[in-house]
Design a protein around this ligand. Structure first.
Ligand SMILES: Cc1cc2nc3c(=O)[nH]c(=O)nc-3n(C[C@H](O)[C@H](O)[C@H](O)COP(=O)(O)O)c2cc1C
Length: 232
């Protein structure tokens, strides 16, 4: 289903939300974003800590982050400043197969064959333009926070993403920005006591783009839910 249609139920919003990797240049009304963030404040958090904090960028400040990160990218591997391990080291199955599968689906939709390493890298590097999104949100929290508070950040993030869908907007969460965390924090004036979790590219989807149209699979319930004490 197109990501920019509006949704009227939570079920609808869940089915319509997808990671959008091509945006139109239509600007986003900051008043609408404010409404969305105000509603997302209803997200739950352990002890009601509400540990999430975000910087929301458009225009010149957004460009400044892209420019700063481009400078680090130009340094090659030397430029990496990972905030955390994006995936566990030595990821095993079933998770490695799922990760591999989503990459294959994406590149197949774009007609980029496995041997075309340059083409695949080129697509990955679109991440660092926010896929053309006019708005970028950087989600961070205090470094003292642990796994429970990181899960709280995830709940807030999903709340924002679903609300964006409800209002006809689209998004792509992007933890790839955490590869250049220090540069981003410095550019945004965030202290070293903060840790950058993820970016969230926000805008209106480019409906025609093939990258926004391939089906992203999910595993069956039998792989994730262990029912006990029910007669089914
Ligand atoms: C916290 C988080 C970080 C992500 N980071 C990236 C990223 O850096 N680049 C990207 O293209 N997709 C990223 N994704 C999108 C996932 O690949 C996507 O959610 C997953 O494949 C399921 O697809 P869907 O969101 O379209 O349903 C991220 C998703 C989450 C939740």
């Amino acid at each position: 289903m197109p990501a920019t249609d509006t949704a009227t139920t939570v079920t609808d919003a869940l089915h319509r939300r997808r990671s959008v990797r091509a945006f139109s240049d239509r600007p986003v009304d900051p008043a609408l974003l404010e409404t969305i963030f105000a509603t997302a404040q209803r997200a739950p958090s352990g002890g009601n800590l509400q540990p999430w904090q975000a910087v929301v960028l458009a225009g010149e400040p957004w460009q400044a982050v892209k420019d700063a990160v481009a400078g680090r990218i130009a340094m090659g591997r030397e430029g990496y400043q990972p905030e955390y391990d994006i995936y566990p080291k030595g990821l095993t199955d079933p998770w490695e197969t799922r990760r591999f599968g989503v990459g294959e689906g994406l590149y197949a939709a774009l007609g980029i064959p496995r041997e075309d390493k340059k083409g695949r890298l080129g697509q990955f590097m679109h991440n660092y333009t926010g896929f053309g999104a006019p708005v970028m949100l950087f989600l961070h929290c205090s470094r003292i926070m642990g796994p429970p508070q990181w899960s709280d950040m995830g709940m807030w993030l999903q709340s924002v993403m679903l609300l964006l869908v409800e209002h006809g907007l689209a998004s792509c969460p992007q933890e790839c920005w955490a590869m250049y965390g220090e540069t981003i924090r410095q550019t945004l004036g965030l202290g070293d006591d903060q840790i950058l979790f993820t970016g969230l590219a926000i805008g209106y989807a480019d409906e025609a783009a093939a990258v926004n149209q391939w089906p992203v699979p999910r595993v069956g319930l039998d792989e994730v839910i262990d029912w006990r004490g029910f007669s089914r």
